[in-house]
Design a protein around this ligand. Structure first.
Ligand code: PEP
Ligand code: MN
Length: 341
């Protein structure tokens, strides 16, 4: 439930409500909106609902108590009506611009990463991607360069000025990845790894949470709720395709999720057409569709020599073609009255 304070409520009244919630064994999360404070009551509210509504409703400064039927609270638009905007170095995700994240699937060498980084920076991309720890379906496939790759990513950031995003796969990697990266990525296979979600909820880095390939929108928002309720409000959602009966594409890109999420949540939503399609010829049309449907950004794989890539070669755009790709996406972004940034 949410406690909606009156517009004239004092700080002491807000504190009074919060301490009451704590005394009842629940956790209060307050959000200062444009003209009033709303306090979410988080915990196992169910059995105590009537009692809590009665007690909290009688406190000074309280205007109304709104029971919320949806299971996600802190990530919901009802609690936090304004869009969340997430600053990352000089960029801002969710401010109405289209964030373009791009780079290789895996960091394979300093040289490979720098070639990709230079190409995406020259094409006006916002954020550099590159996998250091790779979740591979086969244990025999390239698993990533690990910490060596994190160092190359940090060097590439110094070289281009672009913030960097990379995946973290385990709770015990969170500190080291957060030391080098500007955004932590949670991959599709880990969307419901609750100890990992809690761990990234405790660091001062934005998190990009990819949708589990078999997850509903509600399960995805509940996963985001783990991160936000652990203390990290800066979560970016990434639609990367879900598994369906279709086999011509690697996954089925759920574009309806973008406007749906904009309705349900205040968190920014970006789209990954590379992992959705699994083939490079579909990446541009899907990226343009993502921009047209109002996504806050896209994340795209690009490699200097995709045919030699150690992972996801068939879906990576050659870096030599990346500028042309970015220009074709920008044309749609401009039609939408937005800019890349
Ligand atoms: C990736 O972005 O490198 C990746 C592994 O994606 P996903 O988790 O969506 O498969
Ligand atoms: Mn990949």
């Amino acid at each position: 439930m949410f406690v909606v304070m009156s517009a004239s409520a004092t700080e002491a009244e807000v504190l009074g409500v919060k301490s009451h919630i704590l005394a009842e064994g629940m956790t209060p999360y307050d959000h200062a909106g444009a003209d009033r404070v709303v306090i979410a009551v988080v915990g196992d509210v169910g059995p105590h609902r009537d009692h809590l509504m009665h007690r909290l409703g009688a406190l000074p400064g309280v205007e109304t108590i709104t029971p919320i039927s949806r299971p996600f609270k802190l990530t919901s638009r009802e609690f936090h009506p304004e869009d969340t905007t997430i600053p990352v170095l000089d960029a801002v995700v969710g401010d109405g611009s289209l964030t373009v994240m791009a780079g290789p699937c895996s960091v394979e060498s300093r040289d490979q990463l720098f070639q990709a980084a230079d190409a995406v920076a020259d094409a006006g991309a916002t954020i550099l991607r590159g996998g250091a720890f790779k979740p591979r379906t086969s244990p025999y496939a390239f698993q990533g360069l690990g910490v060596e790759a994190l160092r190359y990513l940090a060097e590439a950031r110094d070289r281009t000025g672009l913030p960097v995003i990379t995946e973290v796969m385990e709770p015990n990697q969170v500190d080291i990845v957060a030391e080098y990266a500007d955004i932590l990525q949670i991959g599709t296979r880990n969307m419901q790894n609750y100890s990992l979600l809690t761990a990234v909820g405790r660091v001062a880095r934005p998190v990009m949470l990819k949708r589990g390939y078999g997850a509903t929108v509600e399960e995805w928002l509940m996963a985001a709720e783990y991160i936000v309720s652990s203390g990290n409000p800066n979560v970016i959602l990434c639609e990367r395709g879900i598994r369906t009966f279709e086999t011509y594409t690697r996954n089925t890109m759920d574009l309806a999720a973008v406007p749906l999420l904009h309705h349900l949540t205040h968190l920014p939503v970006i789209v990954d057409p590379s992992h959705a399609a699994g083939r490079r010829d579909l990446v541009l049309p899907l990226a343009r569709a993502a921009a047209a449907v109002g996504a806050d950004g896209i994340i795209v794989e690009t490699h200097p020599q995709p045919e030699q890539a150690l992972s996801d070669g068939p879906q990576q755009i050659p870096t030599s073609e990346f500028a042309e790709f970015a220009a074709a996406v920008t044309a749609i972004v401009e039609v939408m009255g937005k800019h890349v940034g």
